[in-house]
Design a protein around this ligand. Structure first.
Ligand code: FES
Length: 653
C-alpha cells in the first residue's frame, strides 16, 4: 500500500509520507515554508497549520476527519495555556495518518516577504543573518567536565545542525544565569553573516523567548538619514523615520565636507561623532515608535555614499576629495555596532555595510542595483538616483555601468531663491497656461490647486512657504513650454513675454509664481539665478547618463527609472522637457521610490542578497566622471533646455 499523500496549500507542494510523519517534517522535506522557532517542541506555536477535510477532486483525494493524529498531550497543554485558534493544529505535533490537504496560513510562512516598491512589488526570501533558536542544553556533570557554553554549542549542533558557535564576553556573562533560570533551556539570537565561519550568540534568554528581534535598514544620505525598523522574523517594517544629517552644518554637499576634514584638524572626527549620535537618536526614536526595547535591535545594515561610508567608519575621507579617489576599502564590511560606538541598540548588535562600487559610487548605488536588478533586465535600463550627488546605473543582462555625478543640492530646494525642502506648504506641482502665461500650483499638504475653490481654506494651516525640488523642476519646464524661457535658459522682460508676472530684477527677470500675502506666506518667484542653478544640476545629471551611454555605445535607452525619495516626486514629462534625462517613451519612465533604502532592507532580510551584491558590484564597470574629458563636453551641451545637440523626438511626439 502506498504511503499517504500530503498536499500543502497554497504552495501546491505534495509528496507521500509514512503514517506517523509529523506535518512539520513533511513540510521541511518538501521545502514548504512553515515556521518553527522551538524546533518542534510544541512551545512556539509558529508551526500552526489548518487541515482541510472532504473531497478534493482537483487533487484526486478524499480527506477523512482522522487524516491527522488526534491531539496529543503537548497540543492539549498548549491549548490550555495559550489557546489554539479553531481548526488549527501544531504542525510539529500532528502526524499524518492518511491522505491529507494542509493549508499553511500566511502567519506561519516566514520565508517569503513582499518588499513594496513604488512601481512593483519584490518578493524576497527571508534568510536573515540573525535568527532565534530555542535549545535544550545538557546539565553539567562532574564526570563529563565541559563548560556550559560548550554544551550549548553541542546542543545547537544536535538540535539545529548548527556548526561552531562563539559569543562575545557580555553575552557569555549572562549564559549561566539564563541556563539555570530556564531549567537548562534557553533561546538564543544567533548571527551568521555570509562570510562568517562561525555563528555568534548576540543575545540569550531563559526558556522559550516570546519576544521578537529587529534590524535596522539605514540609508545614510548626505542630507537625510532614513531608517526602517524591520522584524527579522518576517521582514515586516515596524516603524520608519528620517532625520536630517547633522553633518550639514559642516558643509551642504560631500565635497565641502571633505574640504572641512582637510582644512580642520579633527574635523573628520567631529563629523563622525555627529552622524553616530544622530543614528543613536534615530534608533531610540524608532524603538519608541514601535514600542520595543532598543535591546531588541540586533542588527543594522547601512547603505551610503563613499564619503558618508568613511565618516561612519571613522576613516578620514580626505583621499576621496582628490584623484584617484581611493577608497580605504571597497568591500562590504561586517563589524560590531560597538566598534562604531553605536549605543542605541543591543550591545552585541552587528553591522553590515554594503560594498562601494568606486571612489565616487558608493554602497547606496550598490543598494539601488540590488533593489532594481539592472543585471536581470532584458531591456536597457537607465537608473538615476537623484540627490545631492546623483548615482547613475545603465545596463541590462549583458553589462552594467555606474557613475556618480555632482548635481549639488538645487534639486533638494537649496540654492533656489524661494527654495525649501519638501515639507507642508512647499509648492510641489506647477502649471503655466501657454496662452495667458498665468500659473496654477499645488502645495504639499493640500489636494486643491491654487485656482480652485477652497484653496485658501486648504492652505490655512500651512500657508505657501516656498518651492521644493519637484516644484522648481516643473516651474522651469513649464516656463519653457509656455514660451517664457528660451533654449539657453533666459527669461525675457514683461514687454518681450507679454505678461506682468515677469518682474525686473537687476539686469535679469523673475517670474512671479505666487504673490504672497501676510497670512499665507512670502512671494514665491523663479529667478534667473534659480534657472541657472537648475541648469547646472540637470546638466550634471544628463552628462553622467550620456557618458554611460557613450561607454555602452548607445544613443537611446529603453527604460528610465527615477530613484530616491526626490525621484519619486519628479514628473517624468517635466524632467524630460528640462533635459534631465535622455529621451524615452514617457510610459517607460517610472519611479522606484527610495531604491537605496529598499536595497538595504533586502540585504537585512537576506544573507544570500549580501552575497549577490558583492558579486554584482565586482562585475559593474565604473566610469569616473571627474576625469573623463567627454563629461565636460556633455555638460556644456546639456546646459540648453532641453539640450543643444541631442534630439528629443519622443518628447515632441
Ligand atoms: Fe514550535 Fe511547533 S515548531 S510549536
Amino acid at each position: 500500500m502506498t504511503d499517504p499523500l500530503v498536499i500543502f496549500t497554497p504552495s501546491g507542494k505534495r509528496g507521500h509520507f509514512p503514517v506517523g510523519t509529523p506535518v512539520l517534517t513533511a513540510a521541511r522535506q518538501l521545502g514548504v515554508d512553515l515556521d518553527s522557532v522551538c524546533g518542534g517542541r510544541g512551545i512556539c506555536s509558529k508551526c500552526q497549520v489548518s487541515p482541510s477535510y472532504g473531497e478534493f477532486s482537483k487533487h484526486g483525494v478524499t480527506v477523512q476527519p482522522d487524516a491527522l493524529s488526534a491531539w496529543n498531550s503537548v497540543e492539549e497543554r498548549y491549548d490550555n495555556i495559550r489557546g489554539l485558534p479553531k481548526g488549527r493544529r501544531l504542525g510539529c505535533q500532528a502526524t499524518v495518518q492518511s491522505d491529507i490537504v494542509i493549508d499553511v496560513p500566511a502567519e506561519s510562512q516566514v520565508h517569503r516577504q513582499v518588499v513594496r516598491k513604488a512601481a512593483s512589488d519584490r518578493v524576497i526570501t527571508m534568510d536573515p543573518a540573525t535568527k532565534l533558536y530555542y535549545v535544550q542544553v545538557a546539565e553539567p556533570d562532574m564526570h563529563e567536565p565541559t563548560g556550559d557554553f560548550e554544551r550549548l554549542g553541542e546542543a545547537l549542533t544536535a538540535q539545529w545542525g548548527i556548526g561552531p558557535t562563539t559569543a562575545p564576553l557580555p553575552v557569555m556573562r549572562r549564559l549561566q544565569p539564563a541556563l539555570r533560570k530556564g531549567k537548562w533551556a534557553v533561546t538564543v539570537a544567533l548571527h551568521k553573516g555570509h562570510r562568517d565561519a562561525q555563528h555568534r550568540v548576540l543575545d540569550i534568554w531563559p526558556g522559550f523567548h516570546e519576544g521578537r528581534i529587529y534590524g535596522l535598514a539605514i540609508d545614510l544620505g548626505s542630507t537625510t538619514i532614513a531608517a526602517h525598523l524591520t522584524d527579522l522574523r518576517n521582514g515586516s517594517v515596524a516603524a520608519s523615520a528620517g532625520i536630517m544629517n547633522p553633518q550639514i552644518r559642516f558643509g551642504e554637499d560631500l565635497m565641502s565636507r571633505v574640504s572641512y576634514a582637510m582644512m580642520n584638524p579633527g574635523g573628520d572626527v567631529e563629523m563622525t561623532d555627529a552622524v553616530r549620535t544622530a543614528i543613536d537618536t534615530l534608533t531610540v526614536d524608532l524603538a519608541g515608535q514601535a514600542g520595543i526595547e532598543p535591546d531588541q535591535i540586533v542588527e543594522a545594515v547601512f547603505v551610503c555614499n563613499p564619503v558618508m561610508h568613511h565618516l561612519l567608519l571613522g576613516i578620514d575621507p580626505v583621499e576621496l576629495g582628490q584623484a584617484p579617489f581611493a577608497l580605504a576599502t571597497s568591500n562590504s564590511i561586517s563589524l560590531d555596532a560597538t566598534e562604531l560606538n553605536l549605543s542605541g541598540m543591543n550591545s552585541a548588535a552587528r553591522v553590515f555595510i554594503l560594498p562601494c562600487i568606486a571612489g565616487h559610487v558608493g554602497a547606496d548605488a550598490a543598494a539601488v542595483a540590488l533593489s532594481e536588478e539592472p543585471d536581470k533586465s532584458d531591456d536597457l535600463v537607465l537608473i538615476v538616483d537623484v540627490g545631492t550627488n546623483a548615482e547613475i546605473l545603465l545596463g541590462d543582462r549583458s553589462r552594467v555601468l555606474a557613475c556618480s555625478s555632482p548635481t549639488g543640492p538645487a534639486f533638494e530646494g537649496a540654492q533656489i531663491s524661494s527654495g525649501q525642502r519638501a515639507a507642508p506648504g512647499a509648492i510641489e506641482r506647477v502649471e503655466i497656461n501657454p496662452d495667458t502665461k498665468e500659473p496654477r500650483f499645488r502645495v504639499i499638504g493640500s489636494e486643491v490647486w491654487s485656482d480652485e475653490p477652497g484653496f485658501d481654506e486648504a492652505i490655512a494651516t500651512t500657508g505657501v512657504t516656498g518651492i521644493c525640488g519637484s516644484g522648481i523642476i516643473e516651474a522651469v519646464a513649464e516656463l519653457r513650454m509656455a514660451g517664457l524661457l528660451d533654449s539657453k535658459g533666459l527669461m525675457g522682460s514683461a514687454e518681450q513675454t507679454g505678461t506682468e508676472r515677469m518682474l525686473p530684477e537687476g539686469r535679469t527677470h523673475s517670474y512671479l509664481l505666487y504673490d504672497g500675502t501676510a497670512e499665507n506666506g512670502p512671494k514665491v518667484t523663479v529667478t534667473q539665478g534659480d534657472i541657472r542653478a537648475i541648469q547646472l544640476a540637470k546638466s550634471a545629471l544628463y552628462a553622467g547618463a550620456r557618458l554611460l551611454m557613450d561607454e555602452m555605445g548607445v544613443d537611446t535607452v529603453d527604460r528610465v527609472v527615477l530613484a530616491g525619495a526626490f525621484g519619486a516626486h519628479i514628473s517624468p514629462k517635466h524632467a524630460m522637457v528640462l533635459g534631465m534625462i535622455p529621451d524615452a517613451d514617457l510610459d517607460k519612465v517610472t519611479s522606484a521610490g527610495n531604491a537605496a533604502g529598499t536595497g538595504a532592507r533586502i540585504a537585512l532580510c537576506s544573507v544570500a542578497a549580501r552575497d549577490r551584491i558583492e558579486t554584482l558590484v565586482r562585475n559593474i564597470t565604473k566610469v569616473e566622471t571627474a576625469i573623463e574629458p567627454k563629461f565636460q563636453e556633455h555638460f556644456v551641451n546639456a546646459n540648453a533646455v532641453p539640450h543643444a545637440t541631442d534630439p528629443f523626438p519622443k518628447l515632441r511626439a
